[in-house]
Design a protein around this ligand. Sequence first.
Ligand code: EPU
Length: 338
Amino acid sequence: MLQIQENISLKPYNSFGIDVKATYFAEIFSEDDLKELFQHDLVNSQKLFIIGGGSNVLFTQDYNGLIIKISIKGIKSEITNDNIFVTAGAGEVWNDFVNYCVEHHFAGVENLSLIPGTVGASPIQNIGAYGVELKDVFESCTAFEIKTREVKMFTYADCHFGYRESIFKGALKGQYIITSVTFRLSSEAKINTSYGAIEAELHSRGIENPNIADVSSAVSHIRVSKLPDPSTIGNAGSFFKNPVIEKYEFADVVAKHPDVVHYPTADDKIKLAAGWLIEQCGWKGKIVGHTGTWKNQALVLVNHGGATGTEVFSFSEQIIDSVKSTFGVTLEREVNIL
Ligand code: EPU
């Protein structure tokens, strides 16, 4: 039964643990719930914001509108000659989905173990970690169109994936609500341990020929050791994107900072490690008021308890200013600011 709650605290619904209120809040368990919600007058008179795990948002003030939390569950698979197609409800917790795949020997998402958030949010910013991005395993998704109130299908080509980007963050922002995602996985693992830390972790465990469970376990271990656990220390993962710059801009940076950590991109640009830039500016592990950067990964801003969204936001401004003045590079936030 669809319920619309009023004036509720969003603290349990955002991984930063910021204590703000929403005027209205509805949790959605099915596409039918969505259709019912959109028959309500409220959706025409209020601002809307969709959350999954609330793990990529910073609330800087009370939300004067309707928050729609997507909790559509269910995972099913279809095995063909060449592929395994797994469809998961948008509200499935991402890591539960990864565990399901690993347990069923469906290969492809093991490197994406322990990323916070939900399945429905995964295509929006094309989540990625340890050498794999969501787009590498994405087949299609279904999404509810707010304007027409119909559910539509999006293929890979429709989604315009880029580094932490998709059409859902770009041209179609705010127009669709993802309800399910279908992944193209495989029974034959293409083990990808190219990301240095994975090799080293497997090596230290004495594993020569890893299977997907080994990779998932190694990735989980690396994440736990480097990244703060949102259930104890509020955070939203990487707060900034790794900046992608042109080669001629890079020439300036590397001339002054020969040891700058960087990677070439497929489109002939250069991606810089934002965590490294921030650390070089002296911010790693710094605590300022109730906020700061994480001691093992400077790209992650944390709530040490009782931080307000504006406090975290102004801290992020200081970081942007200092990276700009030291390296001439402008950091962009990866987290949605509300
Ligand atoms: N580095 C530093 N200091 C730091 C952090 C990083 O010098 O404080 C250096 C590292 O030594 C390494 C390089 O920067 O040489 C890259 O660091 P890392 O491997 O930790 O990855 P990242 O580029 O900082 C990205 C993703 C993470 C993902 C990791 C692993 C973005 C914005 N972030 O971080 O994703 O887990 O790669 O693949 O692309 C997230 O998006 O929330 C997230 C955590």
